[in-house]
Design a protein around this ligand. Structure first.
Ligand code: AMP
Ligand code: MG
Length: 406
């Protein structure tokens, strides 16, 4: 039996080359992963400017100002945000200035409008302002040429804002691998159809499409095949659309009618193995067709398929996108004990809250109820048979789980 690490390495090794990065506009960059560092094209702030609506002053001119004894200055005019003229502040005078407007030469502080009588031609200022008060200095946040975002960073709203402010309009991001998904089995029906006795809904193809999409892949198509060896051989041998990766579910275990295994064993390019894990023991991986497209044949049990996606497919997608295939686990503590099978890695579906991790419910590989409640997979190694309350546990976050609730 293969270990999880061995099989993962075999799957990742199917990816012979990463897809080249693509350049996208900032509005298309959300959710993508940076393929290159982002370098600031401008200083931030780009020029000394006011942090308040108020009056630009030479601090020496208002050193004695107080509420009891305001200092009165002549107002030499207004500077609004967007004013591109270069103003010079006369000693003994002030200029009305708005937030974000460039500081006139000679000024070294702002007295906020709240500390004045709001005068337009003359103003009484009732607060002293030390040098630098309410100023934003050029380059205090970012300098031209600074790396503001590192390759490998997920682009969220904050990253988009920083790139835009840095005057970078396009980003180089990891390509979206194109994935075809195929469920197999005579018992499967589309969601919403009426089911005859013995039939079930094909939940795997929508689940895998959702997982792949949430992982940053481009799902070209997902469909269903009956356990018909001829049709399957024809389709898998020449998959339409030239995907970068094919995923199948079902038909890879030990039974009769395990058609995926039957069809692809014969090609000599796909290996079927047992992996020492629960759920997800029967696995297959290899390449198909003239283009030698990588294929991962996942088990049919929904939870096995779901876990296998996290353990094998996600690293392959990351390798295709040019990212590190390794997925870091996070540490937590067990909020309650549970037992785990000996000799196999176990991926327990858990809920994590303030107390730590606990199994989310029934752990059978066909049990989707506990899956939908789970937030993480706890990775329990092959040697561990008992998790005790308070033990350190290693968790894989579930793909798509960090999406916000509406
Ligand atoms: P198999 O690996 O084809 O023997 O399938 C194992 C179990 O998973 C069986 O109970 C199947 O009915 C179930 N199964 C297979 N494919 C799917 C699917 N696409 N959606 C939901 N359940 C499935
Ligand atoms: Mg089947």
């Amino acid at each position: 039996m293969r270990s999880v690490d061995e099989h993962r390495a075999a799957v990742v090794a199917l990816i012979s080359a990463a897809l080249p990065p693509v350049t996208v506009s900032l509005s298309d960059a959300l959710g993508r992963v940076l393929a290159a560092d982002v370098v600031a094209a401008v200083d931030l702030p780009g020029f000394d400017n006011s942090a308040m609506d108020g009056y630009a002053v030479r601090s020496a001119d208002v050193v004695d100002a107080s509420a009891a004894s305001p200092v009165v200055l002549e107002v030499d005019g207004d500077i609004a945000a967007g004013d591109t003229r270069r103003h010079v502040l006369r000693p003994g005078a002030t200029m009305r200035i708005m937030t974000g407007a460039p500081l006139p030469e000679g000024a070294d502080a702002i007295v906020p409008v709240e500390a004045s009588d709001g005068g337009v031609s003359r103003v009484a200022l009732n607060l002293a302002a030390e040098t630098g008060r309410h100023l934003r200095r050029q380059g205090e946040d970012v300098r031209t040429g600074d790396v503001v975002l590192r390759a490998g960073t997920h682009v969220g709203p904050g990253q988009v804002a920083l790139a835009a402010a840095s005057n970078v309009a396009e980003l180089s991001v990891a390509a979206k691998p194109r994935v075809s998904i195929m469920s197999t089995g005579d018992e499967l029906m589309l969601p919403g159809q009426s089911l005859q006795y013995g039939q079930i809904v094909d939940s795997n193809s929508v689940m895998l499409a959702a997982l792949a999409t949430a992982s940053g892949a481009d799902v070209m198509g997902s469909g269903h095949l009956n356990d018909d060896a001829e049709a399957m051989a024809a389709l898998l041998g020449d998959m339409p659309g030239q995907p970068d990766l094919i995923l199948t579910t079902g038909g890879v275990s030990m039974g009769a009618y395990d058609t995926v295994k039957e069809v692809l064993s014969g090609t000599g390019t796909v290996e079927f193995v047992k992996v020492a894990m629960r759920p997800g023991m029967p696995q297959g991986a290899g390449v198909v067709g003239e283009r030698r497209t990588p294929i991962i044949t996942l088990p049919g049990n929904p939870v096995s398929s779901f876990v296998s996606f996290h353990v094998f497919v996600l690293p392959a997608l990351r390798a295709l996108a040019g990212l590190d295939p390794e997925i870091a686990t996070i540490e937590s503590v067990a909020a309650q004990g549970w037992s785990s099978i000996e000799g196999k890695a176990e991926f327990t579906r858990v809920v994590v809250d303030a107390d730590g991790a606990r199994p989310s419910g029934g752990q059978g590989s066909h049990m989707l109820g506990a899956l939908a409640d789970a937030t993480h997979l706890a990775v329990v190694d092959a040697e561990t048979t008992q998790i005790r309350p308070g033990d350190t546990v290693h968790l894989l976050p579930l793909v798509g789980q960090d999406w916000p609730c509406p």
